[in-house]
Ligand binder design. Sequence first.
Ligand code: MN
Ligand code: MN
Length: 465
Amino acid sequence: MSGKDLEKALLWETPHIAKEAPAQLEAAHAFCEGYKKFLDAGKTERECVTEAIKMLTAAGYTEFDENVAYKAGDKVFWNNRGKALVAATFGTLSPEEGIRMNGAHIDSPRLDLKPNPLFEKGDIAYLKPHYYGGVRKYQWTTVPLAMHGTVGLKTGEMVDIVIGEDENDPVFCITDLLPHLAADQNSRKLGEGVKGEELNIIIGSIPFMSEDEEDKVKQPVKLLAMKLLNEKYGITEKDFTRAEIEMVPAYKAKDVGLDRGLIGAYGQDDRVCAYTALMADMETKMPARTTLTILADKEEIGSVGNTGLNSDFVLHIVEDICANQGNANLRKTLRNSLCLSSDVNAAYDPTWSSVYEERNSSYIHKGCVLTKYTGARGKSGSNDASAETMTKVINMMDAEGVYWQTGELGAVDVGGGGTIALLVAHMDVDVVDLGVPILSMHAPFELASKLDVYNTYKAFCAFYK
Ligand code: MN
Ligand code: MN
């Protein structure tokens, strides 16, 4: 055998999709048009749930009803408090044969408003945020911000807020120093370049002026800002204490590069897996095993709360399914189930190559990335999928011609991170991380490859098949 043949038979290199299968570009471009719309429609976990329910309802899903005996091919969803969502397609086999779970998250790093956020200083009205998730604070200044959220009124009514998304809307902004005066700030460490309490968001600059000259108010700029919010939404300052308001980048998803190979947008971690998983579940018609597409909240702050995967809500849904499907045995069901913890990984960045180990990084345009373990310092805090789980998932993808690669989250001891995988494993379910490589992860504008997005969708279709 020649050296070339031997090399082909024995060695392995992850192919670059655009080089090996350029014909996929057309399908990837087309698939990502819908993805970009999903990103624009869902900039908060609540908006993602609303948008997902619209998509699912149009595809024939109905809200799960324990009084209905579902049969194979039936499609249902569970709405967890408007902030997390689970969709399922019933399979031909009993749940005891195992179900196919796929968990993505729909919360993204952002700036949440504090409970008492509105103040005036130097004739400018500001909102005070407390950042949510892993945010590099300096990246959030001088970026147009939109306000999204929900406010509770004293009547108990909830009012949804969106300002900054319509072409004609104003936006909001955090200032930074001009270079001429930044000598002191420049000598700070980058992580402290902009501190948490320096993230003050400008919401107004014009004072309220009464027609009566004697009618002076203490903080007229703050008052006018509140008056304008009141006119639009009927809210008062006290209502902020009953609110969840998230400040997010105001721009829409865009193609990046002359060849349009990449998508740039806010919140691709992890709405890229949420969208591809939803599309795959909708595409699945008569699966052998029941599918469970999970869009979870709170992953970015440790999956806490009852809409995060530390909660038993998914376990309760599996109980719902077992009870509905001839009282299937829950423990057997969990033990035989397989889950993809669908989340993004750090794509190799040539500009910042020193934090990656080249042979074990994921790359843009090489397909979805299978991450055996995350964690830090000796795999601590990771799930570390078994060889058997890796075998099952890899063989499923290979059988359907999915482009996939492996990847670690950076070089050993450089950093690390976690996903929902260990929480799924806690239920006695086999699980491995799979998702899309991302450049500038957690930045207000993250980049992903259209080919990778498309192949992640294909991987999820193969998984549900
Ligand atoms: Mn994530
Ligand atoms: Mn993240």
